[in-house]
Design a protein around this ligand. Structure first.
Ligand SMILES: [Zn+2]
Length: 317
């Protein structure tokens, strides 16, 4: 069973501009003294708001009350900007209460390569376990969405940038295989910066492994719905995220293989406006639909009603 305690920290949604809400007491005096107030920015009127209660929308610059923002599934009440949302909160928004059975909840990464750099992989893992309250960048399990039992995998960007290492690949592969075995649809909601560099080739192998499992799922004539959320890049986009029978995306999500700067530098060409946004990719045929977060559950039920119709009839016959 998954826990349903959503702390701000666990969800990885820090206020967009923490500098706008400086600590109100002098307990943090040293840190406060270090930060010189930016003079002349003309935006210092929110100074006495306690830290952590408000988040500034990066799109429309409205100050949003965190409680209301949470209740609105982290979608700006004014301009519908979709903030990053944690995996547990997303599962909670889609799956019927108390029906989610988490799989492989304790699977954790090992430092197979003995990776060291500015920080070792072991240290990075330890700090991310603590920071996010997650064991890795994906939560998988089986639950009910409407009247449909589904195998659901949801990635969390707050854990090492949603990077795909052996654990993400293995958990998703087991999820897909469970979906095939149970004869139910697989839904994967991804957000990722790509393969996890700390695991080198082991990360890249997950691309083939997850796609192979999806291949068997397709052979069993079962649907796979891929949902792309902001941001979604590299090894994840180049594998399971882009091979859905249906590929949905959240509004304005940034989706691609290499980032726009790399592409611009490599091709030496001006990129078209809106490049790599969900809207651009819908126009160019990579995705099937853009679905706002608040409509996602209803739309998924509709799609599954359609995709599973023949199957249910065959099972009855
Ligand atoms: Zn907004």
């Amino acid at each position: 069973m998954s826990t349903t305690s959503f702390t701000k920290q666990a969800l990885g949604v820090d206020p967009v501009e923490p500098a706008l809400t400086p600590p109100s007491s002098d307990t943090n005096a040293a840190a406060f003294v270090k930060k010189k107030p930016k003079l002349g920015s003309g935006k210092t009127k929110k100074r006495d708001i306690p830290a952590g209660l408000w988040t500034k929308c990066p799109e429309c610059e409205t100050m949003l009350f965190d409680k209301e923002l949470d209740e609105n599934l982290k979608v700006c009440m004014k301009c519908s900007h979709h903030f990053v949302i944690g995996a547990r909160e997303r599962i909670h928004s889609l799956v019927e209460t108390c029906t989610f059975e988490e799989m492989d909840a304790d699977m954790i990464s090992v430092d197979a390569l003995g990776f060291t750099g500015a920080a070792s992989y072991k240290d990075k893992l330890a700090s991310n376990w603590k920071k996010t309250n997650l064991k890795d960048a994906v939560i998988t399990g089986v639950g009910m969405i409407g009247s449909h039992r589904v195998a659901l995998g949801v990635m969390d960007f707050s854990f090492l940038g949603g990077s795909m290492g052996s654990v993400v690949g293995e958990k998703l592969t087991r999820l897909i295989e469970a979906g095939t075995e149970k004869g139910i649809p697989v839904i994967i909601i991804s957000t990722s910066g790509g393969a996890r560099m700390y695991e080198g080739m082991f990360s890249l192998m997950q691309m083939a492994k997850t796609c192979a499992a999806l291949g068997y799922h397709a052979k069993a004539k079962l649907p796979y719905i891929s949902i792309l959320t902001n941001p979604d890049y590299a090894g994840v986009m180049a594998s399971y995220a882009s091979v859905g029978d249906l590929i949905l995306a959240e509004p304005k999500a940034l989706i691609g293989f290499a980032g726009p700067r790399v592409i611009k530098d490599t091709t030496q060409a001006e990129l078209p406006p809106g490049f790599q946004t969900a809207e651009f990719l819908l126009d160019h045929g990579l995705i099937d639909a853009i679905v706002p977060r608040k409509e996602m559950k209803e739309r998924l039920i509709g799609y599954m009603d359609f995709l599973m119709t023949g199957r249910k009839a065959a099972a009855k016959a």
